[in-house]
Ligand binder design. Sequence first.
Ligand SMILES: *Cc1c(COP(=O)(O)O)cnc(C)c1O
Length: 410
Amino acid sequence: MDKLINAPLRTTQDYIAIEDAFGASNYKPLDVVLARGEGVYVWDVEGRRYLDCLSSYSAVNQGHCHPKILAALTEQAQRLTITSRAFRNDQLGLFYQELCALTHSHEMLPMNSGAEAVETALKVARKWGYEVKGVAEDRAEIIVAAENFHGRTLAIVGFSTDPVSRHGFGPFAPGFRIVPYGDAARLEAAITENTVAVLLEPIQGEAGVIIPPPGYLQRARDLCTQHRVILILDEIQTGLGRTGKLLAEEHDGIEADLSLVGKALSGGFYPVSAVLSNREVMDVLKPGEHGSTFGGNPLACAVARAALRVLIEEDMIGNAARQGDYLLAALKDIRTDRIKEVRGRGLMIAVELQPDAGGARRAAEALMRRGILCKETHGNILRIMPPLVITQDQIDEALPHFRAVLMGGD
Ligand SMILES: *Cc1c(COP(=O)(O)O)cnc(C)c1O
């Protein structure tokens, strides 16, 4: 122990050794230790440059250390960082106004992590169910999809279908029903008089960029309206430009009752999430019934306002659509029987390898050695999600490496 604490830190292996010695083992990261980021690039402690093709799961859509968000952060940090919600602050109202205007929402509720936004929506939906829909006490049901990912809190992992996320963490909260993703008939069959909400990802990210069949989300919207059920769309990964629209629901021409955003809401500087309410569902919450010490703090609000501003002003959403089309087409052009499918929307792209193609982890490690950072999911799926500021030249630089590795090279 003493030896480790006193060892001078220099190489990648040194940093990995102390992480392994003192950190919980709940992650299995690639063996790269990053020290700096700018735009689409990050650099490791030994000075090697990498193209970031994960964007921290969509938390840095705006690119690393965006100068305008950084300026907002440092300016606000010198003025006022937190007031708690016991008092008001001069950033919160502006954040509300700007995000509601941008997303055509009536009201919003700020939290910090994505999981907290999900938990907030579940609580609001249940309360709405009891107070407005008239569901009998403690009978509310919320329908979720198989293979979902909504975060890591107890309520959320309780309705996960991933054994690794669930095993050993029970008992779990009741009141959730799981239906297959993309199957509107099964969704309809699961709705009862006690159903208060349906919670879906517009595209399932962690499941491996699973895009539902055309018409599914519209059908889910119609069913919710017809049966007086709240549609909650978790846009924490798909939202804020990732799919080439501000919110992925726009691809389907629908509006959720509650939309959840997080991750890129702060451009990666700070945990900021929000529940956007498109009906007066949010009005069921009364003072004292829900909250968060850090939720809505002025530093978070100032950072989020800047993160939203650059997303729009610098046309990152349009760029995501254009570069996404380009990258998707180029990846689909790679002819090898090692690839099972290439799919995506905007810059949310996955390459699914055949089961005998050596695994996505091998591909991610080979790409890392070539200066590209990607992460595998579910063994055979490689997710490719660069920051939305990527240029065609930068994609062209990366493509030979994707080609070589996906064709089996090191
Ligand atoms: C990342 C993610 C979450 C959880 O966000 P945290 O900030 O990690 O709590 C929830 N839903 C989706 C779709 C996500 O991708």
